[in-house]
Write a protein that binds this ligand. Structure first.
Ligand SMILES: Cc1ncc(COP(=O)(O)O)c(C=O)c1O
Length: 357
């Protein structure tokens, strides 16, 4: 963490300690308002994490056991897990070349039981939301955007989290906008839904001891909200830097054999939470880079239908060929705001060196 940010956060801690409202402090409401304004929605409800945000939103939008929910086969497990926890059924749809839900395959997955679609703006790249919303409208389906990796990614007509009936965000520490622990929120233009989510996340009521219905406890600590509020002052600069770093990598690595680079499919929408490349020799490349002291990650080593949690569905590679290809070939190169030039040049040098072997 750089020094000016560290100093600013130390001031933030002091303020929260002085106020001593560790839950529902003024910073939490200020963060909700600022985040909603920046996302372009009228309501933001801060909760404990994004998985809870998914669960709470689905529940308050009326999901019932046995309902079907369309989710991409390649994503983080939360999208499917929240659905399953509610007794509903995730219906997996394969992804496209970018790793985003394939809009051409959604209609075939819709049944009379389908109630929701959860598009995921994976890696920071946005799904074509106008197209998806049109599809959802035609079939009277609700849409919850998973924006855990795409804070403030922007299409011509709006930001991630402002197209669907609701959006959900994660503030897990490594996210583009990260807290110092867990955090999440729900974005929506629907006042009734926002209030219902707020109540559900606080034991079914706004005021202490008023339990209008059975809820749960999923709150964002004031300290996390205060940190996020401070970080909001820097997020545009960090996003621009991520985009500049991604361009730097792409310019330097373009043209390597059997090596695919990420594309910014909708001009300027990609916020590069992850710089995800694909290689037929992914595992060897990963080991090679590790030997050279370069840490990489795989997002994700198993598409959701192939995880142990969903193995009982009996899905095979042929059912989700793109997601399968993704899990076999994807690799995330290091990219973060403040990454020194010498580090990125070293990554580039070693990726190129691997390709001469
Ligand atoms: C796409 C996606 N959805 C949901 C989540 C869940 O977020 P959280 O850890 O805040 O529950 C994550 C976090 O990694 C994610 O990447």
């Amino acid at each position: 963490m750089n020094d000016p940010l560290r100093q600013a956060l130390e001031e933030v801690y002091k303020e929260v300690l002085n106020d001593s409202y560790f839950l529902f402090g003024r910073q939490m409401y200020a963060f909700e308002a600022a985040f909603a304004a920046k996302t372009g929605v009228s309501h933001c409800v801060a909760v404990g994490n994004c998985t809870d945000a998914l669960f709470i939103t689905l529940k308050m939008m009326g999901i019932q056991p046995g309902d079907e929910v369309i989710v991409p086969a390649m994503t983080w497990i939360s999208d499917a897990a929240a659905v399953s926890q509610l007794g509903a059924i995730p219906v997996f749809v394969d992804v496209d070349d970018q790793g985003l839900i394939d809009l051409n395959l959604i209609e075939a997955a819709i049944s009379p039981k389908t109630k929701f679609i959860i598009p995921v703006h994976l890696y920071g790249q946005m799904v074509d939301m106008p197209k998806l919303m049109f599809l959802a409208q035609q079939h009277s389906l609700f849409v919850i955007e998973d924006c855990a990796q795409s804070h403030f990614a922007t299409l011509a007509t709006g930001k991630a989290g402002s197209f669907g009936h609701a959006g959900v965000f994660s503030f897990y520490p490594s996210k583009n906008l990260g807290a110092l622990g867990d955090g999440g929120c729900i974005s929506t233009n629907n006042k009734t839904l926002a209030l219902a989510c707020r109540k559900f996340a606080n034991h079914g009521g706004i005021d202490k001891d008023s339990h209008e219905f059975v809820g749960l406890n999923s709150r964002m600590d004031t300290i996390q909200a205060a940190v996020l509020l401070e970080k909001l002052n820097h997020i545009d600069q960090w996003t621009n830097e991520r985009r500049r770093l991604a361009t730097y990598y792409t310019n330097a690595l373009d043209g390597l054999k059997e090596f695919r680079l990420p594309k910014d499919i909708h001009d300027n929408s990609h916020v590069f939470h992850i710089y995800e490349v694909r290689s037929k020799r992914r595992n060897s490349l990963k080991s090679f880079l590790e030997e050279k002291g370069i840490q990489t990650q795989v997002h994700y080593p198993k598409a959701i239908p192939f995880t142990n949690a969903y193995r009982h569905l009996g899905s095979e590679e042929a059912d989700f060929p793109k997601a399968y290809q993704h899990q076999e070939e994807t690799l995330s190169l290091p990219l973060y705001p403040g990454m020194p030039k010498a580090h990125r040049d070293y990554v580039i040098e070693q990726v190129k060196a691997f390709h001469t072997l």
